[in-house]
Design a protein. Structure first.
Length: 632
């Protein structure tokens, strides 16, 4: 039997990492009698941090669900990570709740990720309650935390409670709504804050019930696209309406398989029903549906509007997909996730594990939409990209634990290219005499540069049959093969024009192979005589930083050979745009974190290739030669 929608409260718990969100959720579950034992993060026994990586690191890495019943209401609690590398989970979690509890540390006040989750909640127009936690800690100060909230977060903030005592003397709180048992020494302060509260309520809503978040019924309809009419349409939270649900998290369990966490917006989903995955145009069998209490599932027959549930083994579904009735195809807007900004190369510790790595990464990318991977044919490395270093490290740990694949993490290689600045004319002659038939090929090549990004051009300027027609493609093949391998430092050669203008042949000893080798020999020699240079990839970089750190960020980008293109201030933050060589950005994330106290972020994409300054090129060439010698 689905729960009465007016009695459902979906609440997300967000905030900076390590402020006590998981402990607060655990305390609420215990107080409501939903769990019989009060778990602790330090012991690895909380309901919502059950992943072995979370227990090991003592931090939340995944969004998790739990529920309790309180005063006739079903309260669904969504506990979300607060560390920067996993903050995207909060974006998905806040999408499916009607209210957010923002947890703030009484010592630290508002921190970086507090600001980010506050922005997500503003984007989804969610009402918020702020919990100032850890008031019993040394240096805890409720009023200082309140000041930082008012200054750093946009929105009208008024306390509903004020503390009695602080640090070791913290004894409890004064409820400003009911004003019962107010200690005499706090009477004036309590009256002052109660007046502020009354004033704020009068300005917003006379009927406000301060003790409750809205129900899914209060939130009303959701907007999406009707796939039959291709028009914007709405779905009401009606249990009898057509089914509409959003998959907001995918978990992959080696024993159970894939688990999809979903939120029902309209209609009623029954166990063993068939739905359409409108995002992928595929049918999905729903199997057993359940409520989730941490890692435990409680099977139910049906789930109605406003409910959060889980289903195992959907074939196609991924995070952000919409499930609906086949007869009424409808798609909800996708959850927007950040693009990965940091890449590492991965290498199997055991030879022959390449296929296992690929399978594991495919499964993990299903679970985590911010994890990308691809093979780079130029550097011959498998690159894994994530939101930050910890994100990639956790991915590697999970690969080992879940899929028994052990890998090494290496910094990615920079895909340099080689070209020339000058011109040369050279002969390449290959002559080999052994018993019987010999080998003979002889070519003259002219080598010259082409404009940047022009690629490669081969010109046949032979007159009078100095090289027979049938051998000219062989000369070009020899040149192209040599360009692929690289000449100066083993990087591919680009932006080059090679003209074949003379040569000679032997009636018996000439062959395709001989002319290929002659072409390759001529290019190697001529390339080194035509002022060879290295090219490096230049990236478009955009850094968001607190305005007061913008100067430091610009100075640092300049020191990385960056060219600043512009800066746009936006309130307390600024966006700095620059072009920076990729080689200088490989270790950027930790530097940005320390410069901005963790409050900066950046994105990066390829722009173009430019010449590497001579002093650096020399170093790259030496390293490449050393690596080549070691291989041999």
């Amino acid at each position: 039997m689905a729960i009465d929608i007016a009695k459902i409260r979906n609440v997300g718990f967000v905030g900076h990492g390590g402020v006590g969100k998981t402990s607060l959720v655990e305390a609420l579950l215990f107080s409501a009698g939903a769990v019989t034992r009060h778990g602790r993060v330090d012991d690895g026994t909380t309901t919502t941090d059950f992943d072995p990586d979370e227990i090991k690191r003592k931090i939340s890495l995944n969004l998790a669900l739990a529920y309790c019943d309180w005063k006739g209401h079903r309260v669904n609690l969504v506990d979300m990570p607060g560390y920067g590398d996993f903050i995207f989970e909060a974006r998905a979690g806040l999408r499916v709740v009607e209210g957010a509890v923002v947890v703030v540390d009484a010592v630290a006040g508002v921190q970086v990720q507090t600001e980010r989750v506050w922005k997500f909640a503003t984007e989804y127009e969610l009402p918020r309650a702020v919990v100032v936690n850890r008031l019993d800690r040394e240096n805890a100060d409720f009023f200082r935390a309140l000041e930082s909230l008012t200054k750093r977060l946009k929105g009208r903030l008024v306390p509903l409670q004020i503390p009695v005592g602080a640090e070791q003397q913290f004894k409890g709180v004064v409820d400003l709504v009911h004003m019962k048992d107010v200690p005499a020494e706090l009477a004036d302060q309590a009256r002052e804050y109660r007046d502020k509260l009354v004033e704020a309520v009068a300005e917003t809503d006379d009927d406000l019930i301060v003790e409750s978040f809205p129900s899914p019924l209060d939130r009303g309809e959701v907007e999406g696209t009707d796939l039959k009419t291709k028009q914007t349409a709405r779905r009401a939270p009606d249990p009898k309406g057509p089914v509409t649900a959003l998959v907001f998290k995918t978990l992959s369990d080696p024993h159970v398989g894939k688990l999809s966490l979903f939120r029902v917006y309209s209609g009623t989903i029954a166990s063993d029903s068939q739905l359409l995955n409108a995002s992928r145009g595929a049918k999905e069998r729903m199997g057993h549906i359940a409520w989730m209490q941490g890692k435990t599932q409680k099977n139910v027959e049906t789930l109605g509007p406003g409910e959060l549930g889980v289903v195992a083994k959907l074939k196609e579904a991924q995070t952000g997909d919409t499930l609906c009735d086949e007869a009424h195809p409808f798609v909800l807007p996708k959850v927007v996730f950040p693009e990965p900004s940091m890449s590492f190369a991965i290498q199997p510790k055991t030879r022959g594990d390449e296929d296992k790595i690929s399978t594991a990464l495919h499964k993990m990318a299903e679970e985590d939409p911010t994890l990308h991977f691809h093979y780079d044919p130029e550097t011959k490395q498998l690159l894994v990209s994530g939101v930050g270093q910890m994100h990639v490290e956790v991915t590697v740990e999970r690969m080992k634990r879940k899929y028994n694949v052990d890998v090494n993490l290496l910094p990615p290689r920079v895909p340099y290219k080689e070209t020339v600045k000058g011109r040369s004319e050279v002969q390449g002659k290959y002559k080999k005499q052994t018993g019987g038939r010999g080998q003979y090929g002889d070519v003259w090549l002219k080598i010259e540069p082409l404009p940047r990004s022009a690629g490669f051009e081969f010109a046949d300027d032979i007159f009078g049959g100095a090289v027979p027609r049938n051998y000219i493609p062989s000369v070009e093949k020899g040149v192209r093969d040599c360009m692929k391998k690289g000449i100066l430092a083993g990087y591919p050669v680009v932006d080059l024009k090679v003209s074949l203008y003379d040569g000679s042949y032997h009636d018996v000893d000439s062959s395709d192979m001989a002319f290929q080798i002659a072409g390759s020999m001529a290019l190697q020699k001529g390339f080194m005589e035509a002022s060879p240079i290295l090219l490096e990839p230049i990236m478009n970089v955009e850094v968001t930083t607190p305005a007061e750190q913008a100067g430091d960020v610009i100075g640092d980008l300049n020191s990385r050979r960056g060219r600043i293109i512009g800066m746009e201030p936006s309130g307390e933050t600024a966006a700095v745009r620059a072009q920076v060589p990729m080689a200088e950005m490989l270790n950027y994330e930790p530097s940005l974190r320390s410069m901005t106290g963790g409050r900066g972020g950046y994105s990066m994409e390829f722009s173009h290739y430019e010449e590497v300054p001579a002093f650096l090129a020399e170093k790259v060439v030496k390293e490449a030669q050393k690596e080549k010698a070691e291989k041999h």
